[in-house]
Ligand binder design. Structure first.
Ligand code: PEP
Ligand code: MN
Length: 264
């Protein structure tokens, strides 16, 4: 398999603007769950940039459980992401939900995210296998690691070798947290694949209080990076406020990570 260590000895380093994910450093992706307004996005982008984030995240097309929940700003949101990149210099990542929107995302953003719910949308995976942009592939709610790696293989097999794997929690019997963070996935994926592995403790836990301690664990276990949700006013967030850090908490988290001996 193209994802395997046998196929490639060195770690893959994914490049997006000035950011590098995989290899020597530890990359931090931060930003709101959803793009909500120009003010919201630019303010958050500036604050996470000042705190040391390497990539800005923000959803413009949101995979919501209820059709009556906020669905995202769509193309307007993509334009705001491009604006926030201009304001901060941070490369941006956003989720692709429908192949029809792929040309638009290719124009506006630096990294294309395939969300947990589309991890086995094989036709979508084939399409992003043909593009010349990095893909951030999230593990599904019920995806075994064998299956997750084969989803990555779909993208690699199309000729796109810029794939980032993201553990974001899986569904188990435990309901105290939104999902159960599978930290052992990092060890297994790093052993079996040269692709960069990052972890999203925000969606894994659903609670802002658990994000910092688990982020420290993510660095300690040897992941290549982190994806964290940050909102200036979490109580007003249109999506995932309960798991969002304020910029101040995010800045504290970055300080904690920097102080760890394994920080690189
Ligand atoms: C997200 O990152 O905004 C998201 C919807 O995550 P997931 O696909 O992991 O649920
Ligand atoms: Mn979210």
């Amino acid at each position: 398999f193209l994802y395997s260590r046998e196929a490639r000895a060195q770690d893959t380093v994914v490049k997006a603007g000035p950011a590098r994910i995989g290899g020597a450093g530890f990359a931090v992706i931060a930003g709101p769950c959803s793009v909500e307004s120009k003010e919201q996005l630019v303010e958050t982008a500036e604050k996470v940039s000042q705190a040391g984030a390497h990539v800005l995240r923000g959803g413009a097309y949101k995979p919501r459980t209820s059709p009556y929940s906020f669905q995202g700003m769509e193309e307007e949101g993509l334009k705001l992401l491009a604006l926030a990149r201009e304001a901060t210099g941070l490369p941006v990542v956003t989720e692709l939900m429908d192949a029809d929107e792929l040309p638009l995302l290719e124009d506006y953003v630096d990294i294309i995210q395939i969300g947990a719910r589309n991890v086995q949308n094989f036709s979508l995976l084939k399409k992003v296998g043909k593009i010349n942009k990095p893909v951030l592939l999230k593990r599904g709610l019920m995806t075994k690691l064998d299956e997750f790696l084969l989803s990555a293989e779909y993208i690699l097999a199309g000729g796109n070798d810029q794939v980032i794997l993201c553990e974001r929690g899986i569904r188990t019997f435990e309901t105290a947290t939104r999902n159960t963070l599978d930290l052992s996935a990092v060890c297994v994926l790093k052993e079996r694949s040269h692709l960069p592995v990052i972890v999203d403790p925000s969606h894994a836990t659903g609670h802002w209080r658990f994000v910092e301690p688990l982020a420290r664990a993510v660095l300690a276990v040897g992941a290549d990076g982190l994806m964290v949700e940050v909102h200036c006013h979490p109580e007003q967030a249109l999506c995932d406020g309960s798991q969002s850090l304020t910029p101040e908490m995010f800045s504290h988290l970055m300080g904690e990570l920097n102080a760890m001996p394994s920080f690189r």
